[in-house]
Design a protein around this ligand. Structure first.
Ligand SMILES: C[S@@+](CC[C@H](N)C(=O)[O-])C[C@H]1O[C@@H](n2cnc3c(N)ncnc32)[C@H](O)[C@@H]1O
Length: 339
């Protein structure tokens, strides 16, 4: 652990990552049944070809950037659908919610009734922040959400392009993507990035053109933030969070949810790319973090924050010689609602 290291300036993770072979699992051993269903029924890949198809696409993704979730095949877990708040997400986004203003009961982080409900009147739309291969968006569509209500954002255009090949949905998937670095993002910069990416093309005519970050401001009802905040040190997480809140609908109940690596001992730890640090939270530090975000934003901004920490999925990492792996690592799942 490297505590109290001065924060670096915001930088993108460098392309070259040391030691990454240690988190490359060569074979797909157990494909979860939900994932197989997605590839067979949504992507219409013949059952006998599914594993081979995923292996080939995973190699291409690994060449773009060797994230542990790609090397360890964790993107196949469809983690949003395993999040305790997934039923709340589906309830907001499935078609019937558009019909009129609705009061919807919010769950708590254990997936049980919270006794809290929110009135939703603006159209519910979801953004997958750091969507990578956008597997969670495809799962939402498979589970009945219209793809037009979904957006993905990533700094790596290559992941987004590849996602259409992975899911074989070039003509049917109508979600729009933003290609932007959320740590550089101010509105003028976004426009430049979007102009670049549209001329560079998400190629096929049937694929929606990339949209701009500015066009999403104050519109997003649900932000999915799986495995993105934890890449960064505390100062960069704060900048990221404040940028994300600008995208969030001003309605009470707008939600940011996700999973990330937390810790039983919060602090700065070695970053995955071995450059600088990543801050790992526990429940208390995460609460304090969002209080700080609210205070910095001002104007009466408040959040309801819930977390759960456990060891699931983290155990795999311990024996793989990963320099960023720590015995204190815990999986953290969270929900942050605008109050
Ligand atoms: C560890 S991957 C997680 C991907 C996906 N959310 C999942 O859970 O499988 C992190 C993703 O966030 C993207 N990302 C990291 N920093 C970013 C930034 N500053 N702006 C936009 N995207 C970023 C990366 O390109 C990558 O696709």
């Amino acid at each position: 652990m490297t505590a109290n290291i001065p924060f670096d300036d915001a930088t993108l993770p460098p392309k070259k990552v040391d030691f990454c072979e240690s988190w490359y699992s060569p074979d797909i051993k157990d494909l979860p049944v939900e994932t197989r269903d997605l590839f067979e029924q949504y992507s219409r890949i013949p059952a006998e070809d599914v594993v081979d198809h995923i292996q080939k696409m995973r190699s291409r993704a690994w060449d773009i950037y060797p994230y542990p979730c790609i090397g360890q095949l964790r993107f196949l877990n469809l983690s949003l659908s395993r999040h305790p708040l997934y039923p709340e997400v589906l309830a907001r986004l499935r078609p019937q919610i558009d019909l009129e203003t609705q009061r919807l009961e919010s769950l708590n982080i254990s997936g049980k009734s919270s006794g809290i409900s929110y009135i939703h009147s603006s159209p519910q739309v979801l953004l997958d922040l750091g969507c990578c291969l956008a597997q969670d968006l495809r799962k939402l569509v498979f589970d009945g959400v219209p793809s037009e209500k979904l957006y993905g954002l990533d700094v790596e255009k290559g992941f987004i392009d590849l996602s259409y090949d992975l899911f074989n949905d070039h003509t049917t998937f109508k979600s729009q993507f933003v290609i932007a670095d959320m740590l550089l993002a101010d509105v003028s910069r976004d426009s430049a990035l979007d102009a670049d990416s549209s001329t560079d093309g998400l190629s096929a005519d049937s694929i929606p053109a990339p949209t701009s970050l500015a066009s999403l401001e104050n519109r997003i009802s649900v932000v999915v933030a799986n495995s993105i905040f934890h890449l960064y040190n505390y100062a960069d997480q704060l900048r990221l969070a404040k940028r994300v809140v600008r995208l969030l609908s001003p309605e009470r109940g707008s939600l940011i949810l996700g999973r990330q690596v937390g810790s039983s001992q919060p602090g700065e730890y070695n970053a995955v790319n071995n450059q600088g640090t990543r801050y790992a939270h526990d429940a208390t530090s995460f609460r304090r973090f969002w209080d700080q975000v609210a205070e910095d934003i001002g104007g009466g901004c408040k959040f309801r924050v819930e977390t759960v920490l456990d060891e699931e999925e983290i155990g795999d990492n311990k024996d793989q010689g990963q320099h960023w792996s720590e015995p204190n690592n815990r999986r953290m799942r969270f929900g942050v609602w605008r109050e």
